[in-house]
Design a protein around this ligand. Structure first.
Ligand SMILES: Nc1ncnc2c1ncn2[C@@H]1O[C@H](COP(=O)(O)OP(=O)(O)OP(=O)(O)O)[C@@H](O)[C@H]1O
Ligand SMILES: [Mg+2]
Length: 221
């Protein structure tokens, strides 16, 4: 699914956010990325989504090598990704259902199928009763679940979640992780989750990768 070989990411201002990353992720695998603030977690997700590109090394996603300036490939890649953003990125003034449907708009589905997929995803996250509520009326945790439903409804090959447990209490954080794991079982997706909450994860739930100043180290060292 994902093969990174000696991947380095240097931003235009000279900041080296990732250095010599070697990572291989298989279908249905769950990988947690931990590490201090600024260690490169979000940067790594951006590479996998085609929002940034390696400045060194090679990155293959679903068998294709990603390069800058290949918009066709990037569009293809984005249809296969289910991103869950740290700040949710829900569209205000729209309902929960409409927000989940907006996540499907590039998949070329008939409207009825878009709607039924979106309803199914809201059901999975336990929010079917809020389908017609404007997102600004939802609680923080509900908004987060809408953002997960939006990702899951796409039936993505890879779910990428940036700090989905941030600001949640232990029980809710565990529920979110369970929800993401269930989505991977449902759709054979690989799931990559960044998190500070190392006390909530262990190796029975997935592989743990620790970043330190942009480089990988083993979690148990
Ligand atoms: N667009 C950018 N241009 C320049 N530097 C950037 C850019 N985005 C991130 N960085 C820098 O790259 C490094 C890694 O940032 P990144 O956002 O990946 O960290 P993170 O591990 O996700 O941190 P956090 O836990 O705070 O979310 C940091 O030093 C950050 O300042
Ligand atoms: Mg981050």
């Amino acid at each position: 699914m994902i093969e990174a070989k000696n991947v380095t990411l240097q931003y235009p201002d000279g900041t080296v956010a990732l250095r010599e990353i070697n990572l291989s992720v298989k279908m249905r695998e769950i990988v947690f990325i931990t590490g201090p603030s600024g260690s490169g977690k979000t940067s790594l997700l951006k590479l996998l989504m085609g929002m940034e590109f390696p400045t060194g090394g090679t990155l293959k996603v679903l068998g294709r090598t990603l390069h800058k300036n290949e918009m066709d490939k990037i569009r293809w890649l984005r249809t296969l990704m289910g991103p869950v953003f740290q700040d949710f990125r829900l569209v205000k003034g729209r309902t929960a259902l409409e927000n989940v449907m907006l996540g499907l708009r590039f998949l070329d589905l008939p409207l009825e199928e878009m709607k039924s997929r979106a309803q199914e995803a809201l059901f999975k996250v336990g929010l079917q009763h809020k389908a017609n509520a404007p997102v600004e009326n939802l609680s923080w945790g509900e908004g987060q679940r809408v953002s997960i439903a939006r990702a899951v409804a796409r039936k993505p090959a890879i779910i990428l979640a940036d700090e989905p447990t941030g600001n949640l209490d232990k029980e809710n954080a565990q529920n979110i992780l369970e929800l993401l794991a269930a989505s991977s079982r449902d759709s054979n997706a690989s799931v990559i989750i960044t998190t500070h909450a190392t006390h909530l994860i262990d190796e029975t739930k997935g592989r743990i990768i620790r970043l330190q100043k942009g480089a990988m180290e083993r979690a148990d060292e």
